[in-house]
Design a protein around this ligand. Structure first.
Ligand SMILES: [Zn+2]
Length: 274
């Protein structure tokens, strides 16, 4: 209600940040980028906190999308953001919602004792850089151009991945060797097909000496029918591009024994917000 005298006491933005991509290539229906490129980030409400603790909602991505819209109102359609920007947004929302450092628990690999460590999320956010996708991979006489995936694509892929993993996980309880063998084969085929689907999504286009192909069905057909050496090169290049977005492992000095080690930091909502 606009006439609520308490309105001035509602939560206010506690952080401003720039998307790693700058956000300019999205349409205004995806992000309304302000003049100075800085997006306002509001701390999470109680409802947001509840939403991200609901495993089902988290799993299908709806909760994440709702929380992003609620905390970063300039973002109109989080599904269309690329994965690099989404990770930065998630860190920004977390940083805006806590006082001081983010507390992470870690088990020391040397003394096995558990310790608590503070992570400066604002510093982490600054480290998030856009990834250059303009370089093309040359395979024989083909030039392959890649693109980052959107949050919608990543979400769909992880649901499919989970389904295949679930089939494989139930194998032990299946009676009969023949049946088990068939299910395992089926699972491996599905996983392989999914990997090809993901790599197809990651390919923007393939340039041949004659023409430029961006039809996804043509590209997938090529992946299935090219020699395995080419497929391996394409998969590896695609994975390398994605890995550039991974947050560097955190350096930890064990509070119990002083051992120095590195701990990877997962920054998707499921691990980061639980
Ligand atoms: Zn230790």
């Amino acid at each position: 209600m606009s006439n609520n005298p308490l309105k001035q006491y509602f939560r206010t933005p506690s952080l401003y940040f720039k998307l790693p991509s700058g956000g300019k290539h999205y349409g205004a229906e995806v992000v309304e980028v302000p003049e100075n490129d800085e997006l306002a980030v509001y701390p999470m409400t109680n409802l947001d906190e509840i939403a991200i603790r609901t495993p089902d909602a988290l799993f299908n991505g709806d909760a994440v999308v709702r929380v992003i819209k609620n905390c970063v109102p300039a973002i109109k359609n989080p599904w269309e953001l690329n994965n690099i920007d989404v990770e930065a947004v998630i860190i920004a929302i977390r940083a805006a919602s806590i006082e001081g450092d983010y507390e992470m628990e870690s088990d020391c690999p040397s003394c096995k004792e558990d310790g608590k460590y503070g992570i400066n999320l604002t510093a982490l956010l600054m480290e998030k850089k856009d990834i250059d996708y303009s370089k093309r991979l040359t395979v024989g006489s083909l030039e392959i151009k890649f693109r980052p995936l959107t949050y919608a694509e990543i979400n769909r892929n992880s649901i499919k991945q989970f389904e295949v993993q679930r089939i494989i996980a139930t194998l032990d309880s299946v009676e009969g060797e023949e049946q088990k063998k068939k299910m395992l084969e089926d699972g491996i085929n599905k996983m392989n097909d999914l990997t090809n689907d993901i790599v197809t999504q990651c390919i923007d286009y393939i340039k041949t000496p004659e023409t430029m192909v961006n039809d996804k069905q043509f590209i997938k057909e090529f992946l299935v029918n090219c020699d395995s050496k080419s497929l391996k090169a394409i998969r590896e290049y695609s994975a390398q591009l994605r890995e550039q977005n991974d947050t560097k492992p955190i350096s930890i000095k064990c509070v119990n024994c002083g051992h120095d080690y590195k701990q990877p930091l997962q920054l998707n909502f499921t691990d980061f917000f639980a």
